[in-house]
Design a protein around this ligand. Structure first.
Ligand SMILES: [Zn+2]
Length: 380
C-alpha cells in the first residue's frame, strides 16, 4: 500500500511483470498470413513488416477520441503487444466518437472495457490495460519497455510529461491532437527531430479549449488517428516517418492537409540540457501524499468535474472504498478489477486502483478532495 516505486506497484496491478522477456516471433502461422494477407501484399509492409508488427510493443496513451481508433487499428493490424493507458471511465457523451465502447460500458474503467473489446477484435494481440494517470511522476514507468508511444491524450501537462519520458528513454513518439473540425499530428524521434516542447514550448492547460466547450467531429479524430497509425507502422517496419520536423494540420471544413516545418530548439530538454532530470513521487513534510486536483470539462449536463491524481502510483483497496462509500450512502454503479464508480445524489465518484479519481457534481476542488479523503484510505 505504500507510495513508492511505481514499476513495482504497476506490476502488482497488472499481475505480471512489466518488463517480462520478449519472445521474438520469427515466423507467421498460416492463419496469420491469411488474416493479414491484404496488408502483407503491400510493398510498404510485406511479410517482414508483418513480423515486425507482430514483435512490436506499442504504448497508446489515452483511450478516448484518438486512443480508441488507434487501438482498434493497431490491434486489427496485428501489433503483438499493446499497452493501453487511461485514467478515466466511460461516459455517455463519449459514445458518438469512441467506438470501442457501448452503452453497457458506461461507468466502467475505460482501459478495462477496451481490453476485452480489443481481445475480441484480435485474440492474438497481447493487450495490457493500465489504469493510471500520466504525469511527471508516472510517465517514465508508463512508457518503460515499449518500442513506440502513440499519443491520444487530452491534456498539455500530460503530453509534456509523456514527451519528456520518451525523450529520456529514446522512444519514438507520435503526437496527435484534434478539436472541433481541426486536427494535427507530428512524429518525434528523440535526438533526431523536434520534440513537442521544441514545437509548443509554453502551452498551458488553462488556455486550451476543450471538447466539452468546442465539441469535436468524429471524422477529424479518425483522420488524425489514421495518420498516427500510418506513422507508427512506418517506424515499426523500419521506414522513415513522414512527419519528422513537420507539423501536419488537417481542416475538415475544406479537407485541406498542410504541413509546416518545425525545428529543434537548442535550449529544449531534448537537446541534452536537463536530460535525465526526473520528478519522482513526492511527499510533503508531514509525509502525506501530494495530489494534483484539476477541473475537467463539465460532465453529466455540465456538472463541475474534477480529477484527483496522486503523484505516483498507489494500490488502493477497492473493497474498502466500496464499504466506505456504502456507509456514506453511495451506490455502486460499476465495478471492475481496476476501478469502481459510485453514485449518490447527483454526484459520481470513480477511483482507480492506482489512486487516480474523477469526481462529478461537487462544488469545488476542496469538496472533491474531501470526498476523496472520506472514501479512500491511503496508507503510508
Ligand atoms: Zn525538444
Amino acid at each position: 500500500m505504500a507510495m513508492g516505486n511505481g514499476v513495482k506497484e504497476m506490476e502488482e496491478q497488472m499481475g505480471r511483470e512489466v518488463s517480462r522477456e520478449r519472445r521474438k516471433v520469427t515466423e507467421l502461422s498460416e492463419d496469420e498470413v491469411e488474416r493479414y494477407s491484404r496488408q502483407i501484399m503491400l510493398d510498404s509492409i510485406g511479410y517482414e513488416g508483418q513480423l515486425r508488427l507482430r514483435n512490436a510493443r506499442v504504448c497508446i496513451t489515452g483511450a478516448g477520441g484518438l486512443g480508441s481508433p488507434i487501438a482498434m487499428q493497431l490491434t486489427a493490424m496485428g501489433v503483438g503487444y499493446i499497452r493501453l493507458v487511461d485514467r478515466d471511465v466511460v461516459e455517455l457523451s463519449n459514445l458518438h466518437r469512441q467506438m470501442l465502447y457501448t452503452d453497457a460500458d458506461i461507468g466502467k474503467v475505460k482501459v478495462e472495457a477496451a481490453a476485452s473489446r480489443l481481445k475480441a477484435i484480435n485474440p492474438s494481440v497481447d493487450v495490457e490495460p493500465l489504469a493510471v494517470s500520466i504525469n511527471e511522476g508516472t510517465a517514465d514507468d508508463v512508457v518503460k519497455g515499449c518500442d513506440l508511444v502513440i499519443d491520444g491524450l487530452d491534456s498539455i501537462d500530460a503530453r509534456y510529461a509523456l514527451n519528456d519520458a520518451c525523450v529520456r528513454a529514446g522512444i519514438p513518439y507520435v503526437y496527435g491532437g484534434a478539436l472541433g473540425m481541426l486536427g494535427s499530428a507530428c512524429t518525434v524521434l528523440p535526438g533526431r527531430s523536434a520534440c513537442i516542447r521544441c514545437i509548443f514550448p509554453e502551452l498551458s492547460d488553462d488556455e486550451m479549449p476543450t471538447c466539452s466547450i468546442e465539441g469535436v467531429h468524429p471524422s477529424i479524430l479518425y483522420m488524425v488517428s489514421a495518420v498516427q497509425v500510418s506513422e507508427a507502422v512506418r517506424i515499426i517496419t523500419g521506414q522513415e516517418p513522414v512527419l519528422l520536423n513537420k507539423l501536419l494540420y488537417i481542416d475538415l471544413n475544406d479537407l485541406s492537409f498542410s504541413t509546416i516545418d518545425v525545428s529543434r530548439n537548442e535550449h529544449c530538454i531534448c537537446n541534452g540540457i536537463n536530460r535525465g532530470k526526473r520528478v519522482v513521487a513526492t511527499t510533503t513534510a508531514s509525509g502525506s501524499i501530494v495530489f494534483k486536483v484539476e477541473e475537467l470539462c463539465g460532465r453529466d449536463m455540465g456538472k463541475r468535474t474534477f480529477s484527483i491524481t496522486p503523484k505516483g502510483i498507489l494500490a488502493i483497496d477497492l473493497d474498502a472504498v466500496a464499504r466506505k462509500a456504502s456507509s456514506l450512502g453511495f451506490k455502486e454503479k460499476s465495478r471492475g478489477e481496476m476501478g469502481i464508480t459510485l453514485v449518490s445524489d447527483g454526484r459520481s465518484f470513480s477511483v482507480l486502483r492506482s489512486g487516480a479519481a474523477v469526481v462529478v457534481g461537487v462544488e469545488s476542488e476542496d469538496a472533491a478532495l474531501n470526498l476523496y479523503n472520506a472514501m479512500v484510505e491511503v496508507k503510508q
